[in-house]
Design a binder for this molecule. Structure first.
Ligand code: NDP
Length: 293
């Protein structure tokens, strides 16, 4: 069993980005600039955004955090997005999800200029991804591809079972792994809550990507020997022994699955840090105008 250390890999990639930023600075170019919009006080969202801003500082990017009360109207939020779309100093921006119930997330996503959509959530970027065209890949699947590639994990011809079909993780992951690409060429089965006999599917998998949102859902008896496990889940479970009163666990029961796996991502320290790093990579691409010219 090998641990896929997302924390260490993300630090390596951040160092590579920092070198590029230093070169841009030395040449008198424009420093990449990521903006983040955070609405409300959801603790998980606050911690994600904080880590994104901190990572920007680490690599030498400029960053702007726009915080709004959860009483903000949809109209006012859309106006902020319009401003960011027009702002020549901002290369890319994200609106941290989830948003309060009175705001239509789809409307917000559609309002973001695809050229600045470094989260890769806009349907234009999603469609371009599906067709294998230049685009901003959604950050979590992008991070997983990096992790597979940089750890030399062969994907071609492998049977990959993706559990969960969200627009931001499961569905794009299934598309990307089935593409004719260096990290791709998998035979993919995309599963969800209506899948009959999920265990029969996961037991056949060479690679499992779990993005469900249920702590420890994939257990040892659901996987075969030698499987590669990518655990996307980030779930808070109560833990009185921790100062903050909870701990983070994945969608995979690490104890029973790890001994059977050839590679496995831990939670925390696996996919999570890679997601943040991919956002930086997309912002760098945006500042260099690599995707849309
Ligand atoms: P969603 O809640 O949007 O989707 C969950 C998916 O799991 C759905 O497709 C659902 O099926 C499926 N599902 C639910 N129950 C079952 C079941 N019993 N059997 C099979 N499938 C089931 O989740 P996200 O993709 O947004 O997130 C998934 C997890 O990943 C969460 O823990 C989240 O916090 C984490 N996450 C982590 C990130 C990271 O950077 N590491 C980034 C994004 C998310 P159906 O469609 O039928 O309802």
């Amino acid at each position: 069993m090998n641990i896929l250390d997302g924390k260490a890999l993300s630090e390596t990639i951040k160092q590579e980005i920092a070198v590029q930023v230093a070169e841009i600075k030395a040449a008198g170019g424009k420093i990449p600039h990521l903006a983040a919009v955070l609405v409300g006080n959801d603790p998980a969202s606050q911690s994600y955004v904080k880590s994104k801003v901190r990572s920007c500082e680490q690599v030498g990017f400029n960053s702007t955090l726009i915080r709004q009360d959860d009483s903000i109207t949809e109209e006012a939020l859309l106006a902020i997005i319009d401003d960011l779309n027009e702002d020549p100093y901002v290369d890319g921006f994200i609106v941290q999800l989830p948003l309060p119930k009175h705001i239509d997330e789809e409307k917000v996503t559609l309002r973001i200029d695809p050229k600045k959509d470094v989260d890769g959530f806009h349907p234009i970027n999603f469609g371009r991804m599906a067709q294998g065209l230049a685009c901003y890949l959604p950050a979590t699947p992008y991070g997983i591809l990096q992790m597979l590639e940089r750890n030399g994990i062969e994907t071609s011809g492998k049977h990959c079972v993706v559990v969960g079909r969200s627009n931001i993780v499961g569905t794009p992951m299934s598309i990307l792994l089935s593409r004719k690409a260096k990290v791709g060429n998998c035979t993919v089965t995309l599963t969800h809550s209506r899948t009959r006999d999920l265990a029969a599917e996961t037991q056949r998998a060479d690679i499992i990507v779990a993005a469900i949102g249920i702590p420890g859902f994939i257990s040892g008896d659901m996987v075969k020997e030698g499987v590669v496990i990518i655990d996307v889940g980030i779930n808070r479970v109560e833990d009185a022994s921790r100062k903050r009163g909870y701990r983070l666990v994945g969608d995979v029961d690490f104890e029973s699955v790890a001994p059977k796996s050839s590679f496995i991502t831990p939670v925390p320290g696996g996919v999570g840090p890679m997601t943040v790093t991919s956002l930086l990579l997309n912002t760098l691409k945006a500042s260099k105008k690599e995707v849309y010219g």
